[in-house]
Design a protein around this ligand. Structure first.
Ligand SMILES: O=C(O)CCC(=O)C(=O)O
Ligand SMILES: [Fe+2]
Length: 253
């Protein structure tokens, strides 16, 4: 391995001191961990440039309730060999190998060290190319992640707001499934937060959380967060440069 590649892929020191790590208890068995200074900023920029250039990004057409849409961000999927195929919104991303992208293994190792007991075997990358790219309200509750998935999300580049909102209590299982399937098409106002009379319920402040995901930060969702909460990265006029997001997941079936 040449010197440049070694510098690029050397393990990073454990950032436990001064990382600003905090845990947010979402009640009923859901929890978030936010680590604003998880990765060293300069190496994070090196990885950002590498991923921006080398990842085979695609912006797929997705299908929801018989309609086709262009997904409002670029994506790529990395997974261990032999895992079942991932499918969302009618799209089955091809699985690329970790071996082809050595920096991703370094970040994966750092995530594993920060989260004892974790063992991620897949990674969904997102690239938001500017202020109009977004991910709509959804939960990552695909069956293949099991009932209480831990999802570790690393952010690089432009800061974006990440919102979490508790699912309304009266939502039935099938409505909830519809909300989740609307991941790439529904707007904030149309996600099933309505009561049976069609009025939006009042939400307490504790039912909503917002984080500005910083360059080099780590956000972890765990417990029942995918069952009981939806999350989104909305359009933001001022977020006009590129952001790359890595969401590490464990496929359990
Ligand atoms: O970009 C982010 O921070 C979130 C992405 C996300 O929610 C997803 O890929 O499921
Ligand atoms: Fe998500």
């Amino acid at each position: 391995m040449n010197r440049k590649l070694r510098a690029f892929t050397a393990a990073i020191p454990n950032p436990s001191q001064g990382s600003g790590r905090r845990t947010v208890d979402l009640d009923d068995g859901s929890e978030l961990v936010y680590v604003p200074r998880f990765l060293p900023p300069d190496r994070s920029w090196t990885w950002f440039d590498y991923l921006d250039k080398e990842i085979p990004w695609t912006r797929p057409t997705i299908h929801v309730f018989g309609k086709s849409y262009l997904q409002p961000r670029d994506t790529c999927y990395i997974a261990n060999k032999g895992l079942p195929v991932l499918q969302y919104s009618g799209y089955k991303p091809p699985a690329y190998s970790w071996d082809d992208y050595p920096p991703l293994k370094v970040v994966l190792q750092a995530v594993h060290e920060a989260l004892p007991g974790s063992s991620f075997n897949s990674l969904l990358l997102n690239r938001y190319k500017g202020s109009s790219d977004y991910v709509a309200w959804h939960s990552d509750d695909e069956k293949l992640y099991g009932p209480t998935p831990e999802i570790a999300s690393v952010s690089l580049g432009c800061e974006r707001e990440f919102l979490l909102r508790k699912k309304p209590k009266k939502v039935t299982q099938s409505m909830s499934l519809q909300i989740c399937n609307l991941k790439d098409t529904c707007q904030t106002s149309s996600v099933g937060a309505t009561t049976q009379k069609g009025k939006r319920p009042k939400e307490s402040h504790l039912d909503q959380h917002s984080f500005v995901l910083k360059h080099g930060s780590l956000l972890v969702m765990r417990g029942y967060t995918q069952r009981d909460w939806v999350h989104s990265v909305p359009k933001r006029a001022k977020a006009d440069s590129t952001r790359i997001n890595l969401t590490f997941r464990r496929v359990v079936i």
